[in-house]
Design a protein around this ligand. Sequence first.
Ligand SMILES: [Zn+2]
Length: 635
Amino acid sequence: MGGPKCRVFVLLLAGLVFIPSAFGQSNAIRLTADLREAPRRIFHASLELPVKPGPLTLLYPKWIPGEHAPDGPIADLVGLKLSANGKTIPWRRDEVDMFMFHIDVPAGVSTLEATYDYLSPASGEGFSAGPTADQMLAVLEWNLVVLYPSGSPTDSLIYQASIHLPQGWKFATALTLEKQNAEEISFAPVSLTTLVDSPVLTGQNFRSIALAPEVKPPHRLNIAADSVAALAISEEQIAAYSRLVREAGALFGARHYDHYDFLVSLTNYFYPNGLEHHQSSDDRVAERTFINSDQEETSNSLLSHEFTHSWNGKYRRPAGLVTSDFEQPMKGDLLWIYEGLTQYIGEFLSARSGLRTPEDYREALARIAGHLDRPGRSWRSLEDTAVAAQLLYDASRNWESWRRSVDFYDEGWLIWLDADILIRQQSHGQKSLDDFCRRFYGPPDSNPKLGPYTLDDVIAALNATLPYDWRGFFNARVYEINPHPPVGGIERAGWQLVFNDQENMVMRVRETVDESLDLSFSLGMTVQTATGEENGRLADVIPGMPAADAGLAPGMKLISVNGRGFTPGALHEAIAETRDTNRPIVITADNGGFVLTYNLQYHGGERYPHLLRNNSQPDLLSDTLKPLTSRGNAK
Ligand SMILES: [Zn+2]
């Protein structure tokens, strides 16, 4: 299934080149994932592992690449049974490491068989641990269903994987198809590293679209959706995603993959998110993303972000995130480069490709610049949010402004914009961060390979682009504690962060799509507005702002505003009216069954962030958004 025959041929060749000759298929570990019960959220798996008699330890992946955390969903691995030569073999979980199973392989046994199930949750957040199957589609990230023997790097373990799918379901993956019949789909052997890096998207309603067909290697946009209607991506959107392929090629000047597959699942049952892989990305968005402009707005830089990771994250990666297997801890201290620079590039590539307008880009930038100005900055550096990423991804939204979150994404956008503008200014327009990207991630073209980097490597490449005190630049912005976010890049680019009562376009859309009320810049709180029990629940309250000063706290539930039952409209009206009165906003809220009244002293009206043009300086921000390829042309 999937692409035209010529592509399969190309992939087979590439696969042959990359399979070390020492690993014939006879030594390969056979893994079968049976997704025929995916709509019931249960994946069956079986494993055949060549073994020798004696002690053996099997591991379930703990540290998941791209998730930067030890969050492999081990609690949902169930039904584990081991056998050999028709006899049951007992196992015992390690008492300390929950991802480790100890076995004593009896004499005379050369193949161990394992069967087990993975239970996909029906709701909730999380990535590989989150929902990954519904009635109409599924995403198989192989780390969910794989066990592997300890003691060998995952690069040297060879897996021969196959899948069973529900009747009529189609699929796409970066893996090379080897054999397919009505019963089973088999893939060419790959290392365990590559297998876990090559998810399968499958579903009943499916489309596979060639992007920028003149570009080699080939790129495909694969879509599985909960409805046929949701597959109706427009020709204009396809053209924009084709431009993304060309713009990325023009930016980096080289590609480091044999082909690239976007694997897009359109469903409201998955947690919206993306996970990068070297030759594909697992892109999860709302069902109507391609047919509803508001939904599209909230994810119009997701694919460009995940695509950028093929260069920054997969081809080149901070050394602390390069590990020999999924058991070894990862160090996240350079995530402000891995994720932060990817965020910056993904956002401008989205604008350069026409997936978003420059105005939309500026509204999004204003929103994050405003949001980053939080009291949590007073106690922890940006680097600490990166080091502690493994805690922060899953941390509560409650008191997020005091805790800080995975700020290295959005603050990375500000810092790398700052670096880009600095290079453009100091070189009098001769150089930009684009030159650094070509130098660091660029030629020559290659097959998938990995080059680890350190901060020194990044600084050296920046110095080769423009000699400057880059270490001091990053020390001041990343490693030191800063009470306010680094908006210097915006200002030197000819724009200014301002606040007024005009609604921020990106925030307006998110208010509807995310079902939350973002009053961060007026009362200093965010309110959930989904219908049902959670309607009116405070998610965050910002210390030092009016809601917090009045005594409100996250977790409380709004009941009334100025005597009227709480609705988003009533609260917006109460805020707007504060400009004309000295009276406080009077809120009643339920705090675990106790109902109290809170008086909010606030008189600033509605307040939203925007970027305002400063005409005394050249508009360098718009320069960063100009496409490198002329529209409609090839790379
Ligand atoms: Zn990312």
